[in-house]
Design a protein around this ligand. Structure first.
Ligand code: NDP
Ligand code: GDP
Length: 324
């Protein structure tokens, strides 16, 4: 039986990754940061029905000593660093915290692995936001980065630290440059889930408008369930490396909204209001990933279309709202 440690286990990807690893027979240790609302932290794991099978331990990416103790006790074969302040818009309001957690936090967990389990394989959750002001129409592992938010700058630090620890200390450290991925477990502040939850509310006559920012931005959206499989595959490979994980298709926020509204037979025009509060100081206008390397080396391919995913999310939000 393999041991895995997941930071960020209470987040969207942490929940799906834990489910995947458990299905493969792993023993999973999940790092949870202390909260006065502790019982609420496991909501996503509860939704997938896996909470009882995971060993949850208290820890924070900002606390190096605690991370060392966790890694020493777990004796992991694989460590997945998914924890981050992950919401781009918040990163302008909390740039220092975002730099600490999303950037320096990666150094803290890499150091813990280097000191306590140097033979463990390490996965870093890097982001397509690092491409920011895109330097090539389709972004691959070779495309230069141009981050456009404190979040993206911090992720770039984490990415290069991962590469540096691989080259300096021979750690089996991989950086997955994942494009946006969503699911019914996505946080409500992100655009897809904000839309699917509002559409469900409108369909049930509980919500009457939807305030949005820039509808012209386009994203390469995939399903989190598919993307956690790519994380796992990277750590099963013969060599540590960096991989773009994407669908190779980009869709505007406007068109994504249309998919959600048409699923419940409604016209978005009647409900959408543009609100400057949701505009960003600097926008990432277009993201489009080239997943060719992940396909060729890892045999990974996305399985879920944007349309199927958005419909799954609307249905899940309808069910949640009906239960309230
Ligand atoms: P979420 O925001 O859903 O989850 C983030 C997780 O990090 C939560 O478990 C959160 O805990 C935890 N966390 C935050 N701060 C700390 C801290 N100081 N110490 C320990 N844990 C902390 O993100 P996703 O699951 O969507 O994403 C997973 C990772 O992948 C993130 O690093 C994200 O930046 C990155 N990524 C995500 C993409 C996406 O489209 N989803 C695209 C590319 C990269 P809590 O529950 O207590 O808040
Ligand atoms: P990001 O790509 O990590 O920033 O993921 P988000 O889901 O937060 O945003 C995706 C895109 O949707 C960005 O270009 C946003 O500017 C755009 N967008 C437009 N309106 C909104 C909104 O109301 N909320 C969010 N979160 N994003 C919005």
């Amino acid at each position: 039986m393999k041991n895995a440690v997941i930071t960020g286990i209470t987040g969207q990807d942490g929940a799906y990754l834990a489910q995947l690893l458990l299905s493969k027979g792993y023993s999973v240790t999940g790092v949870v940061r202390r909260s006065s609302n502790y019982g609420l932290a496991t909501q996503r794991l509860d939704w997938l029905g896996v909470t009882d099978q995971i060993k949850l331990v208290d820890g924070d990416l900002l606390d190096p000593g605690g991370l060392c103790r966790i890694i020493r006790a777990a004796r992991p074969d694989e460590v997945y660093n998914l924890a981050a302040q992950s919401f781009v818009k918040t990163s302008w309001d909390q740039p220092s915290l975002t730099s600490q957690v999303t950037g320096v936090g990666v150094v803290n967990i890499l150091e813990a692995v280097r000191q306590e389990a140097p033979g463990a394989r390490f996965y870093q959750a890097s982001s397509s936001e690092m491409y920011g002001l895109i330097q090539e129409a389709m972004q691959s592992e070779a495309t230069p980065f141009y981050p456009r938010s404190p979040y993206a700058v911090a992720k770039l630090m984490g990415h290069w630290m991962t590469v540096n620890y691989r080259e300096s200390f021979d750690l089996f450290a991989c950086s997955g440059i994942l494009f946006n991925h969503e699911s019914p477990l996505r946080g409500l502040e992100f655009v897809t889930r904000k839309v699917t939850d509002a559409v469900a509310g409108i369909a049930l006559n509980q919500v009457h408008e939807l305030r949005m920012g820039n509808l012209d931005a386009t994203r390469d959206w995939g399903h989190a369930r598919d993307y956690v499989e790519a994380m796992w595959l990277m750590l099963q490979s013969d060599f540590p490396d960096d991989y773009v994980v994407a669908t190779g298709r980009t869709v505007s926020v406007r068109d994504m909204i249309n998919v959600a509204f048409s699923h419940v037979g409604l016209d978005p025009e009647s409900y959408i209001k543009i609100d400057p509060a949701f505009m960003r100081p600097a926008e990432v206008d277009v993201l489009l990933g080239n997943p060719e390397k992940a396909k060729r080396v890892l045999g990974w391919e996305p399985k879920t279309s944007l349309e199927d995913m958005i419909r799954e999310m609307v249905d899940a939000d309808l069910a949640r709202r009906r239960m309230r």
